[in-house]
Design a protein around this ligand. Structure first.
Ligand SMILES: Nc1nc2c(c(=O)[nH]1)N[C@H]1C(S)=C(S)[C@@H](COP(=O)(O)OP(=O)(O)OC[C@H]3O[C@@H](n4cnc5c(=O)[nH]c(N)nc54)[C@H](O)[C@@H]3O)O[C@H]1N2
Ligand SMILES: Nc1nc2c(c(=O)[nH]1)N[C@H]1C(S)=C(S)[C@@H](COP(=O)(O)OP(=O)(O)OC[C@H]3O[C@@H](n4cnc5c(=O)[nH]c(N)nc54)[C@H](O)[C@@H]3O)O[C@H]1N2
Ligand code: SF4
Ligand SMILES: [Mo]
Length: 703
């Protein structure tokens, strides 16, 4: 039997970006495992990707192009040839572009994080066409904007070093589910004597394994961080030398922090004053008095609220106040993506944009409103949507409006997909895409600093094609003749790496392909001597750039849109805060259709505190309905103090059509945006919950 091992990379939107070894026997992938030599992966994959062959060879894989025959959303299609499909797409897009190409919008996110199958050929195509630009805000842009103002880019400590930290604060993240390889290291730190603290409104799988769990109400982290600063300043737990040399605006920050004594923050966050005093005292004492490394693993969970940007800024100031950056095992990481010198201009070719007229930008986080907008002069009604690497009908906020928009009869929708997702059901033309085992790619990461290659392990399944090839063929039909439309995937992969950059010394596409992964050359403690990638080279507590943009130049607490303090009338009707963070066995809405993984999650659940349940006559295991003015969803109640009082938690993101009532948490979330970065506020959402009447036949059918 001809058996070989192919070096590959996990394509999913996960900070770990694992190095994979794919076993191929007689042209069939039989096993996907973690590369034992890769220091991040250490030979271990999460359950989801260990089962990647179940995804590639799934009975429901889309294997031919299809045309819709049923109603939009019904999911009835007939197979057609690639020529028919691409001719129809090109004809429709040409006709719309002749009126105004901005009526065409690409919609994509990180279904694959690959630089080739993501925004390369696709971006070139839409730039040349003059289509609307897409603001890709759905996940990280509040935090990324905050980091840019504070550190200059999405950069931070190297989590490989966290094993030597004496305190690890896991803030707004649940790494056992969503950042497994960091968790392995945090546990090693614990074995070596570190204290682990979780800051999370929910007692997640991770929080329950930390030494201490502090549970603020969602959206209040900014107040907590400012109170920690208050204590550090009050008690003189500061690295004055680091502050003087490597930061800007300490005096102004001190004044701001004065306004947040622990009693005030405790009241805002709904936690004990003692928790704040304890955490600030430990952080400052270890770092400043004992000169020990202290680390913060910040994650995106805490920035999906109105004040998410400013909260990230507040937390990001802490390591600079205590000089934590002096140690390789100290500092903070939210993301490392800003370390990678990637040649985005070569990949995306913005020079192909129409000369002299930049197309408008559509925010992906408000796609519901965008689709329902009637248009105005210069801002045409949206007429065509081309979706790839994303499942907006399931993942975008205020889903009722998103689905209503996708159902528009006068909208032409093309979806490139591996499966018939909730979004695919609305496609006019549905195009089959390859999975990671079937195509070539190159990957950066946001939780480590390795570049990775993904070699194709097997031939494409059925008639599936890589995204790149689909856009290449479409470009041909549109008569886009620029030479870049003929680049092969390997050529594109090579273009991603900027030659001559000190960080990528010794790294080429050829070397990467052969070795699978290579680490960027970076100092082990990147900001021990300052050198932040801001214009000033300093960590900017006070940001002049923010001031000139009309923003508050200092970090502050910005209250949630939906909370008793800011919207008392709303809170009277909808007294419970709902969050819908990642379920361990799904990756956003990916893997929900993998039977073995869905079986482990069971069905949509809603965790509710015993007191809140009792007040509503809800017993454990009851079917409940969560609702607000935007919509509703049903779930099975889990009565548990994992959810603090006043909070309900629905782990996500379910495919709507695989949920008993055809709905998911995004029926309830709003299209309002964060303070920085125009990002969604998935976890800033008030609801009420009631027990369902078991007489409801839809309910009886599934119980
Ligand atoms: N298994 C799995 N892994 C994933 C994903 C997945 O869906 N499933 N998604 C991937 C993606 S796209 C991303 S962006 C990453 C990171 O994704 P994140 O959104 O950071 O997700 P989690 O790591 O689950 O952390 C979210 C935690 O933050 C908590 N939280 C919610 N609101 C607040 C708040 O206001 N303050 C604080 N302090 N905590 C809050 C939640 O209770 C939850 O435990 O994970 C990636 N990895
Ligand atoms: N309520 C709630 N909503 C959320 C979140 C939450 O925590 N709660 N999290 C938010 C976050 S952090 C994010 S990042 C977004 C994620 O939202 P999306 O980026 O839309 O992620 P997925 O739901 O995983 O959908 C990705 C799709 O891409 C497809 N795909 C994968 N690889 C390829 C490929 O090579 N080619 C093509 N054509 N398709 C491919 C997959 O089959 C999958 O259907 O969701 C957001 N929505
Ligand atoms: S989803 Fe994350 S943990 Fe799982 S294999 Fe991919 S990169 Fe690794
Ligand atoms: Mo995300």
């Amino acid at each position: 039997m001809a058996s070989r091992i192919v070096r590959a990379a996990c394509p999913h939107d996960c900070p770990d970006t694992c190095a994979l070894l794919v076993t191929v026997e007689d042209g069939r992938a039989t096993k996907v495992s973690g590369d034992p030599d890769h220091p991040g992966t250490q030979g271990v994959l999460c359950t989801k990707v260990a089962r990647y062959t179940e995804r590639t060879y799934h009975r429901d894989r889309l294997l031919t192009p299809m045309r819709r025959v049923g109603r939009k959303g019904e999911g009835k299609f007939e197979p057609i040839s690639w020529d028919e499909a691409l001719d129809e797409v090109a004809t429709r897009l040409k006709a719309i572009a002749a009126r105004d190409p901005q009526a065409i919008v690409p919609y994509s996110y990180a279904g694959t994080m690959g630089l080739v199958q993501g925004e390369s050929m696709a971006a070139r195509f839409f730039h040349k066409l003059g289509a609307s630009l897409l603001d890709r805000t759905i996940c990280a842009s509040a935090g990324a904007t905050a980091l840019r103002y504070t550190y200059g880019a999405s950069v931070g400590m190297d989590m490989e070093n966290v094993v030597d930290a004496k305190l690890v604060i896991i803030w707004g993240g649940n790494p056992i589910a969503s950042n497994l390889h960091f968790w392995t290291r945090a546990q090693e730190a614990k074995r070596r004597g570190a204290t682990l603290v979780a800051i999370d409104p929910y007692r997640s799988l991770t929080a329950e394994k930390c030494h201490r769990h502090i549970a603020p109400m969602p959206g209040t982290d900014g107040a907590l961080a400012l109170a920690i600063m208050h204590v550090l300043i009050r008690d003189g737990l500061l690295d004055h030398d680091y502050i003087a040399r490597h930061t800007l605006g300490f005096d102004a920050l001190r004044e701001r922090a004065q306004a947040y004594p622990p009693v005030r923050a405790a009241q805002i966050c709904g936690i004990a004053v003692e928790d704040i005093e304890w955490l600030a005292g430990l952080y400052g004492t270890l770092a400043v008095r004992e000169r020990q490394p202290v680390a913060i693993r910040l994650n995106y969970g805490m920035q999906r609220v109105h004040g998410g940007g400013q909260a990230v800024r507040a937390v990001a100031c802490l390591p600079s106040l205590v000089g934590a950056w002096r140690h390789p095992a100290g500092g903070l990481q939210l993301s490392t993506s800003g370390f990678f010198p990637i040649n985005e201009r070569a990949l995306q070719r913005p020079d192909l944009l129409p000369r002299g007229r930049l197309p408008r930008t559509v925010n992906m986080s408000t796609i519901g409103d965008a689709l329902l907008d009637a248009g105005s002069p210069g801002n045409p009604r949206l007429e065509a949507l081309v979706v790839y690497n994303s499942n907006p009908v399931a993942v975008a906020p205020e889903s009722g409006k998103v689905a209503e928009g996708f159902a528009r009869e006068d909208l032409f929708t093309v979806v490139l997909e591996q499966f018939r997702t909730d979004t695919a059901d609305y496609a006019d033309i549905l195009l089959p895409a390859t999975t990671q085992l079937e195509h070539v790619d190159v990957h950066k990461a946001y939780g480590h600093t390795y570049l990775l290659a993904n070699n194709a392990a097997i031939e494409p399944m059925g008639q599936a094609l890589p995204n790149t090839e689909i856009f290449r063929r479409l470009a041909q039909r549109m008569a886009f003749n620029d030479p870049c439309f003929a680049d092969s995937d390997e050529q594109i992969a090579a273009q991603a790496i900027i030659p001559g950059d000190a960080r990528t010394q010794g790294i080429t596409w050829e070397s990467l392909k052969a070795q699978g992964w290579q680490k960027l050359s970076l100092p082990s403690a990147p900001f021990a001597q300052g050198g932040f990638p801001t214009d000033s080279g300093k960590c900017e507590f006070y940001s002049e750039a923010m001031r000139s943009a009309g923003l508050d130049p200092l970090p502050d607490y910005v209250a949630p849109y939906e909370a008793a303090s800011s919207a008392p009338e709303l809170a009277d009707r909808y007294p419970l805060a709902m969050i819908s963070p990642p379920a361990r066995n799904f990756l956003n809405s990916t893997f929900v259709n993998i039977d073995s993984l869905r079986a482990t999650e069971g069905e949509p659940h809603l965790d509710i505190h015993p007191d809140d349940a009792a007040a509503r006559g809800i017993v454990n295991g009851a079917r409940v309905r969560a609702f607000n003015d935007r919509g509703s969803m049903q779930a099975r109640a889990r009565v548990t103090d994992r959810a603090r009082r006043g909070l309900v938690v629905g782990l996500s993101i379910w495919w709507k059509k695989l949920a008993p009532d055809g709905k998911n948490a995004n029926e309830l979330t709003s299209q309002r945006l964060t303070d920085l970065g125009r990002a969604p506020v998935f976890y800033d959402c008030l609801v009420e919950v009631e027990a369902c009447h078991e007489a409801n036949p839809a309910v009886a059918a599934v119980s």
